[in-house]
Design a protein around this ligand. Sequence first.
Ligand code: ATP
Ligand code: MG
Length: 675
Amino acid sequence: MTAQPLTDEAHDGSDDAARVLRGLDPEQAEAASAVRGPVCILAGAGTGKTRAITHRIAYSVRSGAVPAEQLLAVTFTARAAGEMRSRLARLGVGRVQARTFHAAALRQLTYFAPQILGGPIPDLIDNPVRLVGQVAARARLRTDRTQVRDLASEIDWAKAVLASPSEYAAAAEAAGRIPPISADAVANVYRGYEDAKDRGRVIDFADLLLITATAIESMPQVAAQIRGQYRHFVVDEYQDVSPLQQRLLEAWVGDRDDLCVVGDANQTIYSFAGATPEHLLSFPDRYREAVVVRLERDYRSTPQVVALANKLVAGTGHARLQLIGQRPDGPAPTFAEYDDEPAEAAAVAKACRALIDGGTPPAEIAVLFRINAQSEVYEQALSSLSIPYVLRGGERFFDRPEIREARLLLRGAARAGGEPEPLLDTVRATLSGLNWHAGSPPPGGAARERWESLAALVALAEDVLGLDEAATLETLVNELDQRAALQHAPTVQGVTLASLHAAKGLEWDVVYLVGLVDGTLPIQHAKTEEQIAEERRLLYVGITRARERLHLSWALARAVGQRRGRKPSRFLDTLRTARRDVRTARPATSDRKAVAADAELFGRLRAWRKKQSEAQEVPAYVVFSDATLVAIADARPGDLGALGAVPGVGPTKLARYANPVLEAIGGGEPEAVDI
Ligand code: ATP
Ligand code: MG
């Protein structure tokens, strides 16, 4: 079947549906209105790929072309799936399923387990490292903890590329991998691990996909049921699909072609785990009649951020797509060097504090790093300034003791039944059993984090109600169980601390990319050209998360007083030239002061603007837009003439607001003036 745009006469509800397309540019709308047949969107970061597919889903459902329950949208991380679900709910199609491959497979397998496995679904092991360690020990391999972890990743890779234990050695060699121990020994542990899982009647995440795919491939009844249920498929972040996921996708789709994929080869960051952009890039060849759309306009980031991203990928493999920034100008990205990590973290935390005091919601700020271990120093620095934060995209949310306790209590309450009361009241009453009360969080790092986690559960209950007014405590408990199985944390109001891997697909007003030293980015064990290229793409993903303000930094030593022997990431060499292209050329050593000072002034300007807009009873942007405040904080004009020269400050605004603005620049905290 060829892809056909839906015509207005063809279906009921088309006016309502057409409205959905209005928020799209012509190329996005082309992809979104092709509701049948294969569609492929190949485009760079922030160009609205996710927006185009969520609107496409809304359009196809609201126009009546596709029943909501026949659609399955899959994406890569649990957070991205959550983000997609909320976008779909806002578009009025919250019933459409948006899941990760794993979540979708888990659901299907749970349902079909009796048929496929002759009983309930086996327990899932979410962290195979322990079992791999036991198998290695039994094989009398002398391995330390790091090696065991590497062995587990190696097995995970083999399963993602569909290599069996006996195929492992050849596959690893062909892929240029360097096994942690000899390839034969890895294959032995891999075999032992598979046997141990069978004996213990447990499965891992890869098995979830493999068993589901195999069942569809080999059991016509299962295939008929699943293919009868799902007829339209949408895959976001398709550049990071692994051969195993691709196999499951093919099993779902069968010989049909209602498949829409979107991705950006420049953002392939999971090749180490078996992902490959080849499926994305070859899609137009595999589906000759596909509607193929390329997007170039970047709606997310300021031209300054976009310029930096373009510069980073210029001359590299997949640099076919250069982005064109659509937003108004913003501040130039900054580069800052520190003596040690605590100093770097303290400066970032201080700048966050100033932004938050100036009115930036903490959830609009992210601190992104290469490896999870880097988060600790930032957790400390943020806590010491009482700034709430969400760790690692919330990966460990469900491991927190208060969340385990809360789930037990909620489950108990759901079982007890009793008089039906409004869900939120019941949840709050139950959480009071853990000494949690709505209102403001208690002081102190750990107590505060505990409060924020429980508050996040209440927020989740609100979300659940938003999607389904009739939701009960049982609905909530089930939702929590599902999320816990996939470690999908609800959003906590706080600064996000996340690895670059966990940040993909997401966006924030302000992004700090920290710890950018050689050995961390690129990571020390990246040796081959391809591995280094993947590290560069990680930085690309990081840069393109920022909407307005982007700060890159590094520290010359890890701890206070250590030799300052580290070097800034080699990827920054070309970027720091780019930075001079976008105006402020400051020597790196003075940048740290500049970053903190700019953010601090911006914070005070915003605080004043808030008072001023309240006094005038107008929205804040009527006083000054964010971009103008940023430009003022950047230029620091000392007098009327210089202030009048800042873009966005016209004669009327100059006459009205020069006094308080100049006062703020002079270090003061001005009040609103009478207009
Ligand atoms: P990534 O590659 O990082 O996943 P993406 O291509 O999926 O990015 P989106 O997240 O869909 O990009 O969009 C980036 C931002 O730009 C979002 O805030 C989105 O709402 C906005 N945006 C996208 N398209 C448009 C448009 N046509 N008009 C206005 N805003 C848009
Ligand atoms: Mg996206």
